[in-house]
Design a protein around this ligand. Sequence first.
Ligand SMILES: [Zn+2]
Length: 235
Amino acid sequence: MINKKTYKIVAFILLIFMLLVGLYYLASSKTFQFFGGIYPRIETNEKVVALTFDDGPSPNTDTVIAILEKLNVKATFFLTGNSMHHYFSETERIIASGHEIGNHTYSHKRLIFRSYKTIASEIEKTDSLIRKAGYKGDIHVRPPHAKKLLALPYYLEQNARKTILWDIEPESIEKISDSSDLMAQYVVEHSKNGSIILLHPMYDWGNESINAIEMIVNGLKNRGYEFKTVSELLE
Ligand SMILES: [Zn+2]
């Protein structure tokens, strides 16, 4: 028979476990955070969407810029400080092409259970590189891996910054992620007014995503959608 003490210990461990699972779900939520505004998409009656690219810049930058130029679309690039440091002229070229830049932190670590000071440094070091490269607009923030718990949302609210996530992510769906056609088809079918589309075209494995851009843009334009930057959507 289990004695009372063992029972209490088991119950306590179970409680801690449930608390951690709960916190993990909260940290991963795309629609809830403890402080400040969080936007997986924008509520609007207009047929507008935003194309967003995470991570980088990288050697793929010029290819992506050229495709957007040809399609006459402005996108929002959530860049990491570390990559901007290595690919600074690519950063300048994204800005010179008129795209929006967002802050994706310096080192792309999951910012949960980190100190306020660490978080401030991750955001501010990245902000200064974005400014140094010549960007003048508001800088919204996208947490790496979409993870945030207390200190990051608190910091962002204190500094009147917005947390921007996404609602359309074709690369995360295993059976379509190795085909640009299927990813584009998915995005065109699932996007709605105010959707924020996420792609990762900056990686070596990002070729299918790069190839999907034109099909996504043409497909959604055919359905009457206009492409906006995240800041334009927020207006
Ligand atoms: Zn990322």
